[in-house]
Design a protein around this ligand. Structure first.
Ligand code: GRG
Length: 401
């Protein structure tokens, strides 16, 4: 079995001190990002900016008492979401390898390469916890259906196929502390290995035989492609730039989590209100997950991440920490526009980010998304799995890899 635990930083999330003004309305958080949400995203951007500049001393590292709960909301003893989730995921990677029924030795080796237990399995964990939380909410059922467990496998397969393709696009050399598929076998074969994993995921999805679920998860594939495409472009206007960043973040990362959560809710419960809760939880946690990923690219080291850091700047990408830093250091604008392509740009941009509070503001934004996720999932009937999902949103904020 793969490791049940992530290394995570306990209690180091940033937040305004109690009593400081919160965002207006629905926490000022964007719904599913779309062009129409651009102004909402920007007002949130301005809000975070004004909060952090108006109350610079009121942002602090919270104490352990403030953010670590020994008991969950349903009164159950605290339990590790990963331990709880893995109870339904025993044999996850063996089962995925069975889906990849390939006779050609090389193709088999390539497509199985990442199903070695070295990933965090964040998506399968969320999926099985959400399945149980919805089943209990619906009819107090204590079982995970076979079709719901299949969604956990399919989510990890789609994720892995996208990693393989992403590494080709980025010409990446390492991932999870090992060489990428493209570095070992070359780009052409890597593209085909990604395709093969995706096709095996599609066959497993078709086997479930639920057209609603098929359509929910195929939307993810479109979003992944559109998200990657959005990343290839850039925006001159600062307002559009932030909206563009959040839309890309939703499509590249959050859509898979949101729609996998929705798929298991559809399989477990007929109530559309529950489907929306599952989707909203996954969407908000997914966006927070990517925002923290973007922070870690500045704050973590390569050994910890298993891949090079400052990678986004080297790829010409302006993520949350850069966009916030640019508010403080407008001279970064020119660098963003030329995608950090001049000698010294990457180092200088990194220094600007580290001197600014871009990292803290991005972390704070991630925290707001997690609060929204918790608000959504708290609408379900109490259960250990619902509480593990609440706990998981804290882990997303404090993870170190
Ligand atoms: C349709 C298969 C397909 C792909 C085409 C290339 C592409 C479009 C999309 C790329 C999507 C992508 C790789 C997004 C990054 C998401 C992300 C945060 C990855 C890291 O996830 P972790 O930290 O990784 O969960 P581990 O290694 O733990 O699994």
């Amino acid at each position: 079995m793969a490791s049940c635990r992530w290394p995570w930083r306990r209690c180091c999330s940033w937040r305004p001190a109690a009593g400081s003004p919160g965002p207006p309305g629905r926490a000022g958080l964007p719904g599913p990002p779309s062009a129409a949400d651009a102004s909402a995203q920007m007002s949130y951007f301005n809000l975070v900016k004004s909060l952090t500049s108006a109350f610079p001393n009121r942002f602090h590292h919270s104490t352990s008492a403030a953010c670590c709960h020994s008991r969950t909301q349903s009164g159950e003893q605290y339990s590790d979401p990963f331990k709880l989730g893995w109870r339904d995921l025993n044999g996850l990677y063996e089962d995925i390898r069975k889906e990849l029924l390939i006779s050609t030795t090389e193709l088999k080796e390539m497509s199985e390469y990442y199903f070695d237990g070295k990933g965090k399995a964040f998506r399968p964990i969320i999926v099985v916890l959400m399945a149980r939380a919805c089943n209990i909410h619906h009819n107090n059922s204590r079982d995970v259906q076979a079709s719901q467990r299949s969604i956990a496998l399919i989510a990890e397969m789609i994720h892995t196929a996208s990693l393989v393709h992403d590494d080709v696009i980025d010409d990446a050399s390492s991932r999870r502390g090992k060489h990428t598929v493209n570095k070992i076998w070359g780009e052409k074969k890597a593209v085909l290995a990604g395709d093969l994993i995706l096709s095996a995921a599609s066959i497993a999805l078709a086997r479930i035989g639920n057209t609603t679920v098929i359509s929910i998860l195929t939307q993810v594939i479109e979003d992944l492609v559109r998200g990657e495409f959005l990343q290839l472009g850039s925006k001159e206007n600062e307002t559009e730039r932030f909206a563009h960043y959040l839309e890309k973040t939703f499509k590249k990362t959050a859509s898979l989590i949101a729609n996998s959560c929705k798929a298991v809710s559809v399989l477990g419960c007929p109530d559309p209100v529950v489907h929306e809760i599952a989707y909203q939880y996954g969407k908000n946690v997914g966006i927070a997950f990517q925002l923290i990923d973007d922070v870690l690219d500045f704050t973590s080291c390569s050994d910890q991440m298993g891949k090079p850091t400052s990678a986004d700047l080297k790829l010409g990408l302006a993520t949350g920490p850069v966009l916030f830093a640019c508010q403080q250091f407008p001279e970064m604008n020119a660098m963003i526009m030329r995608r950090f392509s001049l000698p010294g740009d990457v180092d200088r941009a990194r220094q600007y980010v580290l001197q600014s509070d871009g990292v803290q503001q991005t972390t704070y934004l991630a925290q707001r998304y997690c609060h929204e996720a918790v608000r959504e999932i708290s609408k379900l009937r109490p259960s250990p799995e619902r509480d593990a999902l609440i706990q998981l949103s804290e882990i997303v904020l404090t993870r170190e890899k």
